[in-house]
Design a protein around this ligand. Structure first.
Ligand code: PLP
Ligand code: COI
Length: 338
């Protein structure tokens, strides 16, 4: 513990003291419990293992200058998890139970919340899995909800600096009416091969186009996409992307900064018109994009000519971070303070 170098953390798993659990059985949720056991024992026919009846969430806690810990918009994650539950036939976890479990996970691992000024945060990973046996493709009767936490640094090496992304036309992440709007593990398994290819070629992520027409921008592997031009923040409308809480927050902050906000389809050609673009998400925060290569079509969209993040992306990033760390006032009540 004393050996943790907070400002050098990457986005990886570091063991912490406790994880939180809650079991769904006989049609109801049980008590919230804390454990030091980092393993779970699963039936070999558990639906999560065979049929991907599994969902997760991702959110962060931040240590403020005032010594208070702020968890960013946890109710939004609770609601998104409920939406995912509806999508893959899992029992909905009550929002209050989610909130209590998240707070408990943070409080019980308080010594792992990175100090103010380190630039790091405590990543909170809720997970819900079908645990009981089925052989036919049917929902489980029993479920396990787990939350573990781990201190993290930036998702993309170097933090707030530009990286290139790539369009790989041979791969889709999610079907237009599939599970793209849900945070299910299968979406990430579906993106691993393309993601790995992108990394091998020196890109930080894949930028997926819509799977049906391959004409419109969907999102990046682990984050939403946004573009900026003419004082307008533009982000895709799509039935196959995850509704990002970071993106929703940035849309509000952009409006507050006097920008126009547009949520609509973005054609690939429009990429050529953006003055700035970025990936946004809990892990990614804002990760500005330097260029977008469509390698199969031999096209390249240069977003940042000098390789530096643009001024609006920087302003949005700094504003979001200031709210999360408690440096700026939280006028929308986004933080759960503990
Ligand atoms: N899109 C995908 C596919 C993601 O995995 C994430 C991460 O959670 C996001 C977008 C960003 O969502 P949020 O800002 O809620 O973390
Ligand atoms: C997050 O940003 O919280 C995510 O879940 C992205 C994940 C792929 C690390």
């Amino acid at each position: 513990m004393n050996t943790l170098n907070w400002s050098e953390l990457s986005f990886g798993y570091i063991p912490t003291d406790y994880n939180i659990r809650c079991v769904y059985k006989d049609g109801k949720w049980g008590e919230i419990e804390a454990t030091t056991d980092t393993t779970i024992s699963l039936h070999i026919a558990a639906t999560s293992l065979h049929y991907g009846q599994e969902a997760f969430e991702g959110l962060k806690a931040f240590m403020g200058k005032d010594g208070k810990i702020r968890i960013f918009r946890p109710e939004e994650n609770a609601k998104r998890l409920q939406n995912t539950c509806d999508g893959i036939m899992m029992p909905k976890l009550p929002v209050e139970l989610f909130m209590e479990a998240v707070k408990k996970a943070v409080v019980m691992n308080k010594r792992f919340v990175p100090p103010y000024g380190s630039g790091a945060s405590l990543y909170i990973r809720p997970l819900l899995v079908g645990t009981s046996a089925q052989v036919g493709v049917k929902p489980a009767d029993e479920y396990l909800f787990v939350i573990f936490v781990t201190p993290v640094g930036p998702y993309f090496k170097g933090g707030f600096q530009t990286t290139p992304v790539v369009i790989l036309r041979q791969y889709d992440r999610a079907a237009p009416l599939g599970t793209g709007t849900y945070k299910v593990g299968g979406n990430y398994a579906a993106g691993m091969l393309a993601g790995e290819k992108a990394h091998q070629m020196g890109y930080s992520a894949v930028l997926y186009l819509d799977a049906k027409e391959k004409k419109y921008v969907d999102e990046c592997g682990p984050a939403n996409f946004f573009g900026i031009k003419n004082n307008t923040y533009v982000t895709p409308e799509s039935t196959s992307i995850l509704p990002s809480i970071t993106n929703k927050s940035l849309m509000q902050l952009a409006k507050d900064m006097g920008m126009t906000v547009e949520r609509r389809r973005i054609s690939e050609e429009e990429l050529a018109t953006f003055e700035e673009a970025g990936q946004c998400g809990t892990a990614a925060v804002i990760s500005p994009i330097s260029k977008i290569d469509d390698i199969d079509e031999n096209k390249s969209y240069i977003i940042s000519k000098d390789g530096q993040p643009g001024p609006i992306s920087r302003k949005l990033y700094e504003k979001l971070r200031a709210i999360q760390y408690g440096d700026d006032s939280d006028i929308y009540g986004w933080n759960a303070v503990i």
